[in-house]
Design a protein around this ligand. Structure first.
Ligand code: DC
Length: 228
């Protein structure tokens, strides 16, 4: 059987992680694990149950019995809890903010670590997030740190929101992204940071196919090293 690696893709919001992770997973025949979606589900659950986003133990307790699954359908990675499709409810700007807030709580990160490791352990998976190459899968065989300029990331996020039928302004969206990056990068628990052995790719002037081609070449190289 072919060697199946763990591929980690980290980077700030709007750098193109989701699109490229999805395309790379499809090209490799790998599964896709969107860890940001897990933090988004936690923020949504907390909101629904009246638990404050800064209540560490309260939000962490929501991870108990969390039954989350994903289904890649064309260009959409559907997210389910207990078999119920969450649709775009976890993709609103409000839940983006909530996900960033709950993800800063050490209790919440600890509660979700095993879950993420269990889902990815068998390999043959592309995992995207903020701390995948540094904390969740420090031994991942291929690691990428995807970046893009703040202006480009904001433009992409606006296009994404508008395509989903949500009105979005460039200035507001840019400010929200910057605030989220600042919180995600400066928190004490598993901050967003490039792993020393990750390959940094600036996607500002690259299209997704170009980014994926670079990633696929590295994965092919690492796979060959392991099959030798
Ligand atoms: O990738 P995303 O925009 O869906 O992530 C939402 C938030 O979740 C992000 O602002 C920070 C947090 N997150 C995290 O802390 N660690 C991860 N591995 C993935 C996401």
């Amino acid at each position: 059987m072919a060697t199946r690696l763990i591929v980690a893709i980290d980077g700030p919001a709007g750098a193109g992680k989701s699109t490229t992770a999805r395309m790379l997973a499809a090209a490799l025949g790998y599964a896709l694990l969107d860890t940001g979606a897990i933090y988004r589900v936690m923020a949504l659950r907390a909101r629904e149950r009246g638990i404050a986003w800064d209540d560490g133990p309260g939000v962490a307790a929501l991870a108990d019995g969390l039954n989350i699954s994903f289904k890649l359908e064309g260009s959409v990675n559907r997210v389910f809890t207990d078999g119920h499709d969450l649709g775009t409810s976890i993709r609103t700007p409000e839940i983006s903010d909530g996900a960033s807030r709950v993800s800063a709580l050490p209790e919440v990160r600890a509660a979700l670590l095993d879950l993420q490791r269990r889902i990815g352990a068998a390999g043959g998976v592309v995992v995207e997030g903020r701390d995948i190459g540094t904390v969740v899968f420090p031994h991942a065989e291929a690691k990428f740190f995807l970046t893009a300029s703040a202006d480009e990331r904001a433009r992409r996020r606006v296009a994404e929101l508008r395509a989903a039928g949500r009105p979005a302004e460039l200035d507001t969206t840019r400010a929200e992204l910057m605030a989220r990056d600042e919180r995600d990068s400066t928190r004490a628990a598993a901050p967003l940071r490039k792993a020393d052995d990750a390959l940094e790719i600036d996607s500002s002037a690259l299209n997704p196919a170009e980014v994926v081609a670079r990633m696929a070449a590295v994965v092919a190289e690492r796979t060959a090293e392991r099959t030798r």
